[in-house]
Write a protein that binds this ligand. Structure first.
Ligand SMILES: [Zn+2]
Ligand SMILES: [Zn+2]
Length: 275
């Protein structure tokens, strides 16, 4: 089976470790033939103080076009070095979705030669639901239905903007909401995804299968098998598999399970595109 991993955070992301080169070596070790680096790009003006930083040479710095340029050229250098060893390397970003990010995404795509861009909802009402310091302020003030309304509204907008190649971890709320809502999370009906699916179909945008749960010992994906199966049943485009690695050792985790699931479901990812 031909493995690819299209969701990787090298140490340009402030929450990641391992250089582009470290990840490339690891990819060869674990038998992955195509990878895409997808450093976080979080440009929400209401969150600049928390989010608008990258690592560069061990320092936390405000990202800039100059730094994005450096990142792209680091990937291109690796691409040249590793091509002859059979590793295909792509240039990407994971862009945090918030209403208004469209303009900046369009600009980035016109300025930089990006092969693949993930759009992901990480924040609701400008609050990072993954951050234990911020999340209680959001979840404790919203019922489970209100949270779902907020989340799916954002997800549908991300699926509508035509600027992403993939929608990242579509059921991200499920990873963090359980702690606050317990069994009430089951009240969120799977049909909530349908309007998002229809946007993806209309706009020919895919969703990813994110294997992040495997590093936490959970044998499922984001979105879950159940949600992905519903998407496949109505022919929602499928973009890619990604480990969401933040350290090189995580590369490849869950990929066997993901590609087995895709094979069983008779689904071929759009990315990497066939040459
Ligand atoms: Zn993400
Ligand atoms: Zn990510």
């Amino acid at each position: 089976m031909r493995f690819s991993d299209f969701h990787i955070h090298p140490d340009y992301s402030i929450d990641a470790r391992g250089s582009i080169d470290d990840y490339c070596r690891r990819a060869l070790e674990v038998g992955i033939e195509s990878i895409c680096f997808t450093t976080h790009y979080d440009s929400n003006p209401k969150r600049i103080a928390q989010d608008a930083y990258w690592n560069f040479k061990g320092e936390k710095v405000r990202y800039s076009d100059k730094l994005v340029d450096q990142y792209i050229s680091d990937i291109e250098s690796a691409r040249d070095v590793y091509a002859e060893r059979g590793l295909n390397i792509l240039r990407g970003l994971e862009i945090d979705y918030y209403p208004g990010v469209e303009k900046e995404t369009e600009r980035l795509r016109s300025v930089f030669p990006l092969d693949f861009v993930i759009g992901s909802v990480h924040c609701i009402n400008d609050i990072a639901i993954s951050d234990p310091r911020e999340a209680p302020g959001y979840f404790n003030s919203r019922t489970v239905d209100q949270m779902a309304d907020d989340y799916f509204n954002l997800l549908e907008q991300a699926a509508s903007c035509l600027l992403f190649d993939s929608i990242g971890h579509m059921d991200y709320y499920a990873r963090f909401g359980g702690k606050y809502y317990g069994d009430d999370m089951n009240k969120i009906e799977i049909e909530r995804f349908d309007p998002v699916f229809h946007k993806l179909i209309a706009n020919r945008i895919g969703f990813e299968l994110n294997t992040n749960p495997f590093k936490r010992g959970i044998s499922d994906f984001h979105p879950s098998r159940k949600i992905a199966t519903r998407a496949f049943s109505i022919d929602v485009p499928f973009s890619s598999v990604g480990s969401d690695s933040h350290i090189p050792d995580e590369l490849g985790r869950g990929l066997t399970e993901a590609f087995d699931f895709l094979e069983m479901s008779k689904i071929t990812p759009i990315f990497p595109r066939k040459q």
